[in-house]
Design a protein around this ligand. Structure first.
Ligand code: PLP
Length: 415
């Protein structure tokens, strides 16, 4: 299939609307959340229209259909990640997935491989989204383990120079982002997973900014756990994925307890169902899971390699266009080597919030702020940045509009 972003954009009804007095919507905020194609909107609403019933429970036809649709979606996710379906857990989003794994480790008893104690360490990076930092801070505080981190270099990469001392025999967990939501940096996983596994630590990958944008194969990456959100991958809100290696999920204690996740219950005790059910307490987000299945099927039809190639071309185009503007500082790698399409920048002394508001007045949606990565922006010495993030439906016309908008802002603010 030839890749045609203009044709793809037609699948997304919201991209047809105008904003701010009839201006064409230029949506460059997919890093925060992506827009949804008709097939996803239809899959979710058709589930409610035709098949809605509590999965895994009822003895009636609707329950059977709902279960088939829900389990079908799990198989689609598994195929998308090159995983087994029993390893795929539906959550309400990446934040919940990351809290799930951190809390579950906190529930591990002595003797369990996930039990953490004083003297153990958890290693993260300075470029983590708060969702992959705070759960580990909290786990360290609860268990007495020490939190350590890779720092970020002046060229916006992870500093691996001290990898062997940072990840040592005491390290139990290495948790990091695949692609930074601020910098666009894609992290060198191979060196990190190799070292982590050498010392018996598990690797937790925050794949929020990679799974929607490139082919992610959990086996090839040799990771242990992974989290991503459906809503950033053209799927619905309220659904995310927690993936773990089968043998690790078997040992990991549950996080939430209640209905559906049990094997046997007495008044004083309970035993757990095998994964993935062990991690899916309560009636799950069925319609959203089915919508996510439709989203990943849609992305697969277009081809993740094609999507990635398109985004790299857009990123190169935007980096070049922005670099030509006076007073622009790109906060992230300046070229497309090992970087994706989250492009953050500052513009002289114009505050990103003022710039964002001006761009909005021109119909251009970007994100401004610390992007839920406050330690990173603090380290970089910027109070906030403006971030444009591209996706499969963006075109060079969108980027021309942004470049013109940034130049317009300089005039508007008298710079
Ligand atoms: N991790 C990264 C890298 C992100 O970009 C985000 C969202 O922006 C998250 C985690 C949290 O995702 P969610 O809010 O969908 O749970």
């Amino acid at each position: 299939m030839t890749f045609d972003a203009h044709a793809i954009a037609k699948d997304f009804p919201i991209l047809d609307r105008t904003i701010r007095d009839g201006k064409r919507l230029v949506y460059l905020d997919s890093g925060a959340t992506s827009q949804k194609p008709n097939v996803v909107i239809d899959a979710e609403s058709n589930f409610y229209r035709l098949n809605n019933a509590a999965v895994h429970r009822g003895a009636h036809q609707l329950a059977e259909e709902a279960t088939d649709a829900y389990e079908g979606a799990r198989q689609i996710v598994a195929n998308f990640l090159n995983a087994h379906s029993e390893e795929v857990v539906f959550t309400k989003g990446a934040t919940e997935s990351l809290n799930l794994v951190a809390y579950a480790m906190g529930n591990a008893e002595p003797g369990n491989r996930f039990h953490l104690k004083a003297g153990d360490s958890i290693v993260v990076t300075e470029m983590e989204h708060h969702a992959n930092l705070i759960p580990w801070q909290q786990l360290a505080a609860r268990t007495g383990a020490t939190l350590k981190w890779f720092s970020v270099t002046d060229d916006y990469r992870l500093d691996l120079s001290n990898i062997d001392s940072l990840i040592d025999a005491k390290t139990k967990v290495v948790a990091l982002t695949h692609q930074s939501n601020v910098l666009g940096t894609i992290n060198p996983l191979e060196a990190i997973t190799r070292r982590a596994h050498e010392v018996g630590a598990v690797v937790v990958l925050d794949a929020c900014q990679s799974v929607p944008h490139m082919a992610v194969d959990v086996k090839a990456l040799d990771i242990d756990f992974l989290a991503f959100s459906g809503h950033k991958a053209v799927g619905p809100t309220g659904v995310g994925i927690f993936w773990g290696r089968a043998e690790l999920l078997a040992e990991l204690p549950p996080f939430l307890t209640g209905g559906s996740m049990i094997e046997n219950v007495t008044m004083t005790t309970a035993t757990w169902a095998p994964a993935p059910k062990k991690f899916e307490a309560g009636v799950p987000n069925m319609a959203q899971a089915v919508g996510l299945g439709a989203a990943l099927t849609y992305l697969t039809k277009i081809g993740m390699e094609n999507i990635h190639r398109h985004e790299i071309a857009l990123t190169a185009y935007l980096l070049e266009g922005l670099a030509a503007i006076d007073d622009i500082r790109i906060i992230g790698p300046a070229t497309t080597g090992l970087r994706g399409g989250s492009i953050s920048f500052t513009l002289g002394d114009i505050h990103p919030h003022d710039l964002g508001q001006y761009l909005d007045s021109q119909g251009i949606a970007v994100r401004t702020g610390h992007h839920c990565a406050w330690p990173l922006t603090r380290k970089l010495g910027v109070p906030a940045t403006t971030r444009a993030s591209v996706y499969l439906y963006n075109t060079t016309e969108d980027l021309d509009a942004l470049i013109a908008g940034v130049q317009g802002a300089q005039k508007y603010f008298g710079r």
